[in-house]
Design a protein around this ligand. Structure first.
Ligand SMILES: [Zn+2]
Length: 311
């Protein structure tokens, strides 16, 4: 089967203790929707995204990502997180540290967040107070929480989180997270919640990778013109742009360099490419494969769309 011009995935969900009710209405709490994830099924293709990545390689991923990604790996993971309580304080390794600590196939985790909804006093933890010393001891005895740097956030903020930065997402926010496709998260502190086999602290690994001076990179909010995309964040692993379409459609192009992963965060849009058309409502996503080239986003209602691409 030839690769379709547009791909939609069935999202998968994760339930953790800190989840809320915004991602999947119903009696159960849902913490995370994994909207772009290699384990998800591609609708109408009969393959997971991982299997599609192995089969279509550069056609799907783009030439750069296809060279970098191991066979069958999709380079990015994109989630929506609904936090009703504090998440654990955590830290991620960089690529080098991941190989040292987890083995030759491991990769680090660089990530960025875009805040979708935030309660009036919502805040998160990003880095530590200036001049922090005795980091290892503070991680061992749990006093690390007293050294945390709290940051107020509002809907529309974007935060880039380099590896080595101690961080935690706080209650009352819904956020979009784009990251390297890596499992390596080290839990530094968990607010006194009981440790269970699936919820342990990783003290030694946290000490190995946490940096006292690491801090999020503050990013300016772009001013959005109608039908224009603006870069929010650019890293060695991914870029993230925000497209606003009030009345005008936008013409975009993957140029064969990378797939584009689109997520509507406000309003409603129709994405068309090579005669294929898919309508997306709020928090729905699709992937434009790298080989699809030119495509168009038309607003059915004034809309905002996040566009993630691999580097
Ligand atoms: Zn993280």
């Amino acid at each position: 089967m030839t690769l379709p011009a547009l791909l939609q995935l069935n999202p998968t969900y994760r339930d953790y203790v800190w989840g809320g009710q915004r991602l999947r209405p119903g009696p159960d709490l849902t913490a995370e929707a994994w909207i772009i994830y290699e384990g998800n099924q591609v609708i109408d293709l009969g393959l997971t995204l991982s299997e599609a990545s192995a089969r279509y390689r550069a056609d799907l991923l783009g030439s750069k990502a296809a060279q970098r990604a191991a066979a069958g790996r999709f380079p990015l993971l994109i989630k929506l997180l609904d936090a009703a309580q504090w998440l654990s304080l955590q830290v991620h390794p960089n690529d080098e540290q991941a190989v040292q600590l987890e083995g030759p196939a491991a990769s680090g985790k660089t990530e960025a967040w875009h805040i979708l909804e935030a309660a009036p006093a919502a805040r998160l933890i990003a880095g530590l107070q200036p001049g922090t010393q005795g980091l290892a001891q503070a991680i061992r005895d749990g006093s690390i929480i007293d050294l945390a740097r709290y940051v107020d956030v509002q809907a529309g903020d974007t935060i880039f989180m380099p590896p080595g930065t101690i961080h935690a997402i706080g209650p009352g926010m819904l956020l979009y997270e784009v990251q390297q496709n890596s499992d390596h998260t080290y839990r530094v502190y968990d607010w006194g919640r009981p440790e269970t086999p699936t919820r342990r602290l990783h003290i030694d690994k946290s000490i190995a990778v946490a940096q006292a001076q690491a801090a999020p990179v503050p990013l300016a909010r772009p001013s959005l013109g109608d039908g224009q995309a603006q870069t929010l964040c650019q890293s060695a692993y991914f870029s993230l742009a925000l497209l606003a379409c009030n009345t005008r459609p936008a013409d975009l192009d993957t140029r064969g360099e990378s797939f584009h992963a689109l997520t509507v965060i406000q309003g409603r849009a129709r994405v068309t490419c090579e005669g294929q058309a898919i309508e997306l409502g709020q928090y729905q996503s699709l992937i434009v494969p790298a080989c699809s080239g030119a495509y168009q986003v038309q607003p059915l209602e004034p809309c905002q769309v996040l566009i993630a691409a691999a580097e």
